[in-house]
Structure formats: structure tokens, C-alpha cells
Ligand binder design. Structure first.
Ligand code: GLA
Length: 385
């Protein structure tokens, strides 16, 4: 359905049919927040909201792009790709093309139309979805061999080098490698991963605070450097520490005095959060709801108090969820500073959950949030329409 509409828009824009349509999903992270760039563990799932790109080849070296959602066009030459100050979304496209060129892969001229239903700026990784969809667009159009892990890494590099957020690998990785009905456990050090089925009786529910993330890029990059300096100092003292992944809570407690207060608390979050991811995988496999709930709430508290990336509205959403009897657990998800919470909810209680949290949030914050019951979905794909 969506593909037919996109094809029609493509025809209206360029006067011919697209050759193929690539798409990639947004994601919600169940647990393992701000751990990916510390070589740690993450456990996200792809959601049933995607960004799609329809494409056809051109014989010259130009790229024309039309975003249906922004009603905006862009055009540039493949010979000299620079950051666009005028068209924000185009930088994700441009950044990916640059990565392919850097890898020595020939990128042809293209006409593109894109659209999607991943909410933008809500912490559900619309940017990763766009980058990964663009990587798949080029891969499928040119027929080059590109394994999925490499595709995720190139998409991440586009964001880091071209957009300027020093993000980890989680978002692009799950948008590329997810499988339907599962969440993806990833060891971000060696990029080994495992798809883990979610229990049928539990639904993943996302509550969007509708608070646009504030100061995200600068604060995000700052957290990252605080973690790196904490790891460096601990390594000087203890040796063998490449990243906070290598630190135990005991080590942190006995050697934490050489860290600043902020470094100590950031490190305490990361060390605890890595343990929580491992415990969560076990608890899910055992179907231990009590344990799942405790881990999610503890993760939220740690992000709020030690990592300081939550905000009042996210805290309100978590508290409201906690008071609904069908909630297994809740926490903020993604980079923070606004955006969404993730909630695991008993399947037969999702209606009650949505009603109570929706009404309560509007009453307490004055903001009408949005609630999505998500189906964990498959990663990147492409079709010939
Ligand atoms: C953003 C980044 C990810 C990750 C999360 C926090 O989504 O893109 O790499 O660091 O924040 O867990």
C-alpha cells in the first residue's frame, strides 16, 4: 500500500516508475542505554515504522531528492558533496553517499523520493532509518556485495562524520539486522549479536512525550567524552581498560576517587547498565516479569540520576506507567533529553495502559503525548515495485 503511494509520487515527480524501493525501520531500545559507545551491550528492537526510498538511476552524476514529508527538494552533484545548511535531511543522504565513495564504490546518479512514518526527533532513530534505507538503496541499485554489518557501520559513519553526532552503533545496527518478533542483543565491542524472541504475552509500548530533544548533540557528545576520560583515568591506575565495558563496580568504587563527580556517576551508570542488559536477556528468556520490571525501572533511575539525560516529562511518563497494573516495567529510551519511554506491558492490558497513561500525562504535563503499541519488525529490505 505504502509502496504504491510512494511509486505514484515518484512518477508524478520524475515522470517514470522507480526501479526499486528500499526501506529501513526505526527502533526502540529495551535496555542498554548509552552503553554502545562504551563497548558495552545493547538490546533494541526494530519497530513497525519505516522510512522508504524509491529510486531510479540517472545517466549523469547528479542526485535529485524529494522528501514527501518535508515537501522539500534537493539536488547536488556526486563530484563534490558538501554539507547542506539549507536542507537538513539531505545530509543523511549525502553522508551515506560519501561513505560509499570513500570505500571506493562507484555511486551512480539517482532520482530519489522518500517518505516514512518514523516520528522525527522523538528518539526512535528516524535518522538511522534514513541512513540505512539510503545504504540499501545504493546497494540494491548497484548490485554490489555488502554484508549487513558493514552496511550498519557505513551508515553510522555517515552520521558521525557528516551530521556530527558521535553516536554509537546501536541504531544503525538494529535497523539493518533486526528480525521480526525479536529484539537484538548486541555486544558492541565485537559486534556479535543474537535475535531473542519476545514473549507472546508481553507488548512493547512506546510513549512519546512530544518533548523535542533539547541540546541532544552537544550533551550527547559531552557524555561520551566524560565516559572516555573516566576510562582513561581508570586505565592509568588499573591497566587493561580500553573502555568502561572493562570496569567492574568494585573497581569503580575502590578507584573512583581519581574521577570527577560527573565522571564517576557516568561510569556508574554504564557499568550498572551493562549488567542490567545481561540480566534482562536472562529474565526475558525465563519469562521472569518481576525481574524484567526491576531492571527497567533501575535503568531509568540511573539515567535520570547518574547519567542525567532524562527530563521531567519522561519521569512523569515512567511514574504513570508504574501505577498501571498491567505494566511490567518502564524507562526512558534512546539518547534522552526528551523523546520517548519504552514500556513492557501485559498484552491483555495494553488498552488500559494507553488510556491511563495518555490521560494522566496530559493532566500532569499539559501536553498531549502519543502512544504506540509496537510490533518488533524486520530490518532493512528492498523490493522492485
Ligand atoms: C542515540 C545514539 C545511539 C545510543 C543511544 C543511547 O540513539 O545514536 O548510538 O548511544 O543514543 O543509548
Amino acid at each position: 500500500m505504502f509502496e504504491t503511494e510512494l511509486s505514484r509520487s515518484f512518477e508524478r515527480e520524475y515522470g517514470s516508475s522507480p526501479l526499486l524501493i528500499a526501506s529501513a525501520p526505526g527502533r526502540v531500545n529495551l535496555i542498554g542505554e548509552h552503553t554502545d559507545y562504551n563497548d558495552g551491550f545493547v538490546f533494541p528492537a526494530a519497530i513497525d515504522r519505516r522510512i522508504s526510498i524509491a529510486v531510479s538511476r540517472r545517466s549523469d552524476k547528479r542526485v535529485r531528492a524529494f522528501s514527501l514529508d518535508f515537501s522539500q527538494r534537493d539536488e547536488f552533484s556526486l563530484d563534490r558533496i558538501e554539507r547542506s545548511e539549507a536542507v537538513g535531511w539531505s545530509n543523511y543522504i549525502r553522508g551515506v553517499i560519501v561513505q560509499f565513495q570513500k570505500a571506493g564504490l562507484e555511486v551512480p546518479g539517482m532520482d530519489l523520493v522518500m517518505s516514512g512514518d518514523v516520528p522525527i526527533g522523538s528518539g526512535l532513530s528516524s535518522s538511522a532509518a534514513l541512513e540505512v534505507a539510503m545504504s540499501e538503496t545504493i546497494r540494491a541499485l548497484t548490485g554490489i556485495e555488502l554484508d549487513k554489518v558493514r552496511m550498519a557501520l557505513m551508515s553510522q559513519a555517515a552520521e558521525r562524520e557528516f551530521v556530527g553526532v558521535q553516536c554509537g552503533i546501536m541504531d544503525q545496527f538494529v535497523s539493518t539486522l533486526a528480525e521480526e518478533g525479536t529484539a537484538l542483543f548486541v555486544d558492541c565491542r565485537d559486534l556479535s549479536f543474537r535475535n531473542i524472541a519476545l514473549p507472546a504475552g508481553i507488548k512493547v509500548v512506546v510513549c512519546d512525550s512530544k518533548v523535542q530533544r533539547r541540546l541532544e548533540a552537544s550533551e550527547y557528545n559531552r557524555r561520551r567524552s566524560e565516559c572516555e576520560s573516566a576510562a582513561r583515568k581508570l586505565n592509568d591506575e588499573l591497566g587493561g581498560i580500553r573502555a568502561l565495558r572493562d570496569v567492574t563496580l568494585e573497581q569503580l568504587e575502590s578507584h573512583g576517587r581519581m574521577l570527577t563527580d560527573a565522571e564517576f556517576r557516568r561510569a556508574r551508570h554504564v557499568v550498572g547498565e551493562n549488567e542490567r542488559v545481561l540480566a534482562m536477556v536472562e529474565a526475558l528468556e525465563e519469562g521472569n516479569s518481576v525481574c524484567i520490571g526491576k531492571l527497567l525501572y533501575r535503568s531509568h533511575e540511573s539515567l535520570r540520576d547518574d547519567y542525567e539525560v532524562s527530563c521531567r516529562e519522561l519521569d512523569t511518563l515512567v511514574e504513570l506507567a508504574r501505577n498501571v497494573s498491567s505494566t511490567v516495567g518502564a524507562r526512558m529510551t534512546g539518547a534522552g533529553f526528551g523523546g520517548c519511554t519504552v514500556n513492557l506491558v501485559e498484552a491483555d492490558g495494553t488498552e488500559e495502559f494507553c488510556a491511563k497513561v495518555g490521560v494522566g500525562y496530559e493532566r500532569e504535563s499539559g501536553i498531549r503525548g502519543e502512544i504506540y503499541v509496537c510490533e518488533p519488525s524486520a530490518g532493512v529490505s528492498s523490493v522492485r515495485p
